[in-house]
Design a protein around this ligand. Structure first.
Ligand code: 1HN
Length: 350
């Protein structure tokens, strides 16, 4: 007896009729969608983009006229990838925005399971408090807000403070696993002097038996620009540069040498004036904040020029190279750390 003899296919039944009956039972035919589920290679959906500082800065400052940091909770203009309007995504997997804190303001204490990083762009006297310790943030500093750590921001200076935020919001959203809450005080209580984490974890020394108070996140939650800049400059002066990466150093967790954050990989690249990187593509889409220098990004068949404090979105799996017209220092971050953990991350070079 054949299988067909056991079935009641009416002669009038078409494939579509069958699909309709499947659909009524919350079922579907794989063969109609399979190619899209397992594409032969990534087909980027995010777009290359430059948010120019000349455009973003005045608009962020305008937000400062319209509402206070307290009112907004976080006063941020979101960098929306043009491929994803309304979705609060700069890349497929990362949220980014430019945050403004005016002199005397406080962005009230809260915490969430989403991890955040700050890359400081402008102004002095801005600070954030993380897990009971305050850190003053200067230009080019990379500062981490670990998952579920209370954090509040302020500005003790005389000028507006602006920085780039990057959060793993889309990643946590994918899992629908997010939690958040407000602290009962506007500012969290400070339990340690400023510089404590730097002293314990940021000097190439470690407390005996050290563990991170922030779980999977680096206990050294602040990486000052002066150190990254000096290290990269010395590195570039002392040895031939990597053709694809120039001089590049990752922000590392001192406890294990891995990435500083569990969901966002961050590094800094120095390209000396006149240097061009050889083409490379990787499965992670990038957010690049220009700390210093003018240059060009060649991405696919596009060329995007950039200057200081511009922020670029660089699509995944698209050939890219950078050309430096001046000494460039580029802050870069991506979901690479997540892709590595699940065995997905790939890079190709030419
Ligand atoms: C957040 O908590 C901050 O703490 C910035 O500065 C941006 C974007 C989405 C959700 C939470 C901050 C944010 C955010």
């Amino acid at each position: 007896m054949t299988i067909a003899e056991n079935l009641t296919l009416s002669p009038a039944d078409t494939r579509q009729g069958f699909y309709d009956r499947l659909s009524e039972q919350s079922l579907a035919p794989l063969w109609e969608v399979m190619k899209g589920l397992v594409p032969p290679e990534p087909k980027p959906s995010m777009r290359a983009h430059v948010w120019r500082w000349d455009t973003v800065r005045p608009l962020a400052l305008e937000a400062g006229v319209l509402l206070t940091a307290e009112e907004a909770e976080r006063r941020v203009v979101v960098l929306e990838n043009p491929a994803f309007p309304g979705q609060s995504r700069a890349t497929d997997t990362l949220y980014s925005g430019v945050q403004l804190v005016l002199p005397g303001e406080v962005a009230p204490a809260h915490r969430h399971t989403q991890s955040a990083l700050r890359f400081m762009l402008e102004g002095q006297g801005g600070y954030t408090a993380v897990g009971g310790e305050r850190v003053t943030m200067g230009f080019g500093d990379f500062v981490i807000t670990p998952s579920w750590a209370f954090h509040d921001h302020g500005n003790d200076g005389d000028d507006p403070v602006l920085w780039l935020d990057v959060l793993d919001v889309p990643i946590v959203g994918f899992f629908e696993a997010g939690f958040s809450e407000r602290h009962n005080a506007e500012r969290q209580p400070i339990g340690r002097p400023e510089g404590d984490a730097q002293a314990r974890f940021g000097s190439g020394l470690l407390p005996i038996g050290a563990t991170s108070p922030y779980g999977l996140t680096s206990p050294s939650f602040s990486y000052p620009y002066a150190r990254s800049h000096a290290a990269l400059q010395a590195m570039a002066a002392g040895a031939p540069l990597d053709p694809h990466h120039g001089a590049t150093l990752k922000y590392a967790n001192p406890l294990d040498g891995g990435w500083a954050m569990p969901t966002i990989a961050a590094w800094m690249t120095h390209l000396p004036s006149g240097f061009s990187t050889a083409p490379i593509r990787s499965t992670d889409g990038l957010i690049v904040a220009v700390a210093e220098g003018h240059g060009r990004l060649r991405i696919g068949d596009q060329t995007l020029t950039f200057g200081p404090k511009d922020v670029l979105a660089v699509p995944n799996w698209t050939w890219r190279s950078f050309e430096a017209d001046e000494d460039c220092f580029l802050f870069v971050c991506s979901d690479r750390v997540v892709q590595e953990k699940i065995g997905l991350w790939r890079e190709e070079t030419r």
